[in-house]
Ligand binder design. Sequence first.
Ligand code: C2E
Ligand code: MG
Ligand code: MG
Ligand code: MG
Length: 285
Amino acid sequence: GFLSKGQLLKRLDTVIQPLADRETSPTLEALDNAMRQGHFFLAYQPKFDLQTGQVVGVEALLRWQDPRCGLITPDRFIPLAERHHRIVDLSWHVLDLALAQQARWQANGWTLNMAINVPAQWLKAPNMLATFDRIVARHTSRLEGLTLELTESAGIECLSYARHVLSALRERGCRLALDDFGTGYSSLIQLYRLPFDELKLDRSFVSLCDEDREARAITLAIIDLGRRLDMTVVAEGIETREQHDLLRHAHCDIGQGFLLARPMPSAQFDAWYAAQATQKAKALA
Ligand code: C2E
Ligand code: MG
Ligand code: MG
Ligand code: MG
């Protein structure tokens, strides 16, 4: 059929953006240097219960602050880190930063679920579980409210090994989410064979579900699939009121997106969350 102007612009974006990125791709040397110097920080995007509107937690999204080039987003360095086997170290660093932040929030009296993104390669790291335990022990004696979003690029070649590691992480109290469901390697066989608690519907369906009949059908079918499997369904990339209402009425559990809140560095998040709590207290008074 014909594409609407909105759809056309979105498709053009997928062509133009990678071209723009190619010219400014950071080098491996710069990445290693940034890791040594600690030039990474996390931005936190709130996740909302779509039925009540309550903030239930955040997703931690990695940012690289380069003194010369400015802010570098993950699309420009995660593939580089994966290609050159830096992604495991980077993932340990993310876990460490995220747990430190969660402990600070806990000290404020704020209980927020923390989701971090981890690739399949991380599951195969040497001494994986021992290293995980050692980093967790730096921050807490009892792991709580940590979600691992499995994001795919490299793929899981060995499902039985992945299942072993994921089950062990789950026994330690982690929630497991399958990220970007419906795209790339994020497949039905993984859903069937691996112990996920949460299904994250990819943004490419969410962003078109209010305009496009096919995208809407896929969105509704994935929500139904998640419910039948007793999984929490999360929609990412909600940008319009129409998308929000459609997902809410379809009983999608959790939502994330620029319409609701953008990813924020910790100081900005703290101010936002405090204001949000005040508003809620006022509404209840
Ligand atoms: P993701 O895990 O699917 O994260 C969602 C991405 O969508 C984030 O981009 C977020 O900023 C963006 N987003 C959220 N709401 C909206 C919206 O309403 N509209 C639009 N257009 N975008 C929205 P970001 O931060 O650039 O991250 C991109 C991807 O990079 C992530 O996709 C994830 O796969 C990867 N990534 C981010 N942080 C990490 C990390 O710490 N480790 C690993 N391994 N991967 C990460
Ligand atoms: Mg994610
Ligand atoms: Mg996602
Ligand atoms: Mg995504």
